[in-house]
Design a protein around this ligand. Structure first.
Ligand SMILES: C[S@@+](CC[C@H](N)C(=O)[O-])C[C@H]1O[C@@H](n2cnc3c(N)ncnc32)[C@H](O)[C@@H]1O
Length: 383
C-alpha cells in the first residue's frame, strides 16, 4: 500500500482522490501505450490544474505531478518493450496568482511529456484543447473547487470524442448545501453545472438521486454510454465529501474504475480513515499520539454500499433475462457496474451464485470454465 505523507494530514480526502487518479491513470496509460504499430499519442488534460493547497516542497501532492508521473512511467515501461509513445499534457488554471507556479512546475516536471499550459477559465479554452488533442486518446480531469466554471456543456464537448475518458470531481457536500437555494445567481450556476437550459434542479434530491441525475445529464450531454461514480468520504465522519465520476465510450472504463474503487476506497481508505480519526482525537484531547487501532479489511462506508448493491445484481440480472431474453454477459455487466459499487469479479461471483441457486442459466460455459465470459449468455432456467 502507498504510504500517505504528512502533507495530506487534515485533507486525507485529497490523498484518496489522488490515489484514485494515480491508479486509474497508471492502468489507462499502460493499456493504451501497449497498442502495437506506429507511435501512440497519449494526453493528460487537467482543466482545473492548480497548484492548489499544495504542502509538499516538490509539489508531489498535486494532480499536475501525478498526471505527468503516470505518463512518464508508462512511457518507460513501453519503451523497454519497443513500443513508441508520444506524450502530451494540457493544463488550465484561472487564478493569475497560481498560473506562473503551474507553468514553471509543469515544464520542470515534464520529463518526456510535451506540456501546454493555458491561463484563464476552462470554458474559454475548450475549443482550443479539443483541437489540440484531436483524435488521440486522452484522459481529462475536471477538478473544480466547487461547481463554478465546470459547466456540463464544456465537459460534454470535450468528452464527446472517441477514446477520451473523463473524470470529474463532483463536490457533493458543497453542492448539497446550496442545491435548493433559491437565490438567482446560485440557480443559474446549478443549471450550468447540471446542464439544464431553462429548468431548475428537481428539489430535495437525496445524495444518490442527485448523483444519478448528474450521471444521466453527463451521459446525455457527452453522448457517452458508460458513466459511473464513487464516493470519497469525509475522513473522520460517516458522510460523503465528494464523488468522482468517470465517463467513457468503452465498458472497460467502468471495469477499471470499479477495480480502482475497491483498492483505494475499499481497502486503502480503511487505514487512512482510522489514522485520520486517531489524529483528530489526539489533537482534541491534547494527548500524546497513541498507536492507531487496527483498520478493518474494508472501509465501512464502502462495505455498506457494496453489500446493498449485491441485491441490485439480482434485480438487474433477472430484469435482463425477463420475457425470454438471453443476453450476452458482455451486455449485462456494464450497466450494472455503472450503478453498483462492485468489481466485475464481485458481479461474476454473484451471478454464479444465482446460477447455483437455480435462478438463472449460463449458456455456453464449459464444464471446466470456472467463471463467466463476455460471450456467454444468461437465460431463465425455464427458457
Ligand atoms: C480543487 S483545485 C485543483 C486541484 C488539483 N486538481 C489537484 O488535485 O492538485 C481547483 C483549481 O482550479 C482553479 N480554477 C477555478 N476556477 C477555474 C476555471 N473556471 N477554470 C480553470 N481553473 C479554475 C482554482 O484556482 C484552483 O487552482
Amino acid at each position: 500500500m502507498r504510504e500517505m505523507g504528512e502533507e495530506y494530514h487534515g485533507r486525507e480526502q485529497t490523498w484518496l482522490k489522488h490515489r484514485v487518479l494515480e491508479e486509474y491513470l497508471a492502468a489507462w496509460s499502460h493499456k493504451l501505450g501497449s497498442i502495437p504499430g506506429p507511435a501512440v499519442h497519449l494526453w493528460y488534460v487537467d482543466v482545473f490544474a492548480g497548484p492548489w493547497e499544495s504542502q509538499h516542497e516538490a509539489r508531489a501532492d498535486t494532480s499536475i505531478a501525478i498526471g505527468l508521473r503516470a505518463l512518464n512511467e508508462a512511457a518507460q515501461t513501453w519503451a523497454k518493450k519497443g513500443h513508441k509513445i508520444q506524450l502530451h499534457a494540457a493544463f488550465v488554471e484561472k487564478n493569475p496568482r497560481s498560473f506562473p507556479g503551474l507553468d514553471s512546475f509543469a515544464r520542470a516536471a515534464a520529463g518526456a511529456v510535451t506540456v501546454h499550459t493555458f491561463e484563464g477559465a476552462f470554458g474559454d479554452h475548450v475549443d482550443a484543447i479539443d483541437r489540440l488533442v484531436g483524435a488521440d486518446p486522452a484522459f481529462i480531469f475536471v477538478d473544480p473547487t466547487g461547481w463554478d466554471g465546470a459547466a456540463l456543456r464544456f465537459i460534454g464537448k470535450l468528452g464527446r470524442r472517441d477514446r477520451r475518458d473523463v473524470m470529474i470531481n463532483v463536490m457533493y457536500d458543497h453542492i448539497n448545501r446550496f442545491k435548493d437555494d433559491q437565490r438567482d445567481f446560485l440557480r443559474r450556476q446549478m443549471r450550468d453545472f447540471f446542464g439544464l437550459d431553462d429548468a431548475d434542479l428537481p428539489a430535495g434530491m437525496s445524495e444518490d438521486e442527485l448523483m444519478t441525475f448528474y450521471r444521466q445529464r453527463l451521459r446525455e450531454e457527452s453522448r457517452v454510454p458508460w458513466v459511473a461514480d464513487l464516493a470519497v468520504p469525509v475522513p473522520t465522519k460517516e458522510r460523503t465529501k465528494f464523488r468522482l465520476v468517470v465517463a467513457g465510450r468503452h465498458p472497460k472504463v467502468v471495469d477499471l474504475f470499479r477495480t480502482v474503487e475497491a483498492k483505494v476506497i475499499g481497502k486503502e481508505a480503511a487505514q487512512v480513515r482510522v489514522d485520520a480519526r486517531a489524529r483528530a482525537d489526539e489533537s482534541k484531547s491534547g494527548q500524546l499520539p497513541l498507536l492507531s487501532p487496527p483498520a478493518p479489511p474494508e472501509d465501512t462506508s464502502y462495505r455498506d454500499r457494496r453489500q446493498s448493491d449485491l441485491d441490485l445484481v439480482r434485480q438487474r440480472t433477472l430484469a435482463a433475462i425477463a420475457d425470454g431474453r438471453q443476453p450476452h454477459f458482455r451486455d449485462v455487466w456494464p450497466p450494472i457496474l455503472c450503478e453498483a459499487h462492485l468489481t466485475l469479479h464481485d458481479l461474476k461471483v454473484a451471478v454464479l451464485e444465482l446460477e447455483r441457486a437455480g435462478t438463472l442459466r449460463v449458456i455456453g460455459r464449459g464444464p471446466r470454465e470456472r467463471t463467466i465470459h463476455d460471450e456467454h449468455r444468461l437465460a431463465s432456467p425455464t427458457d
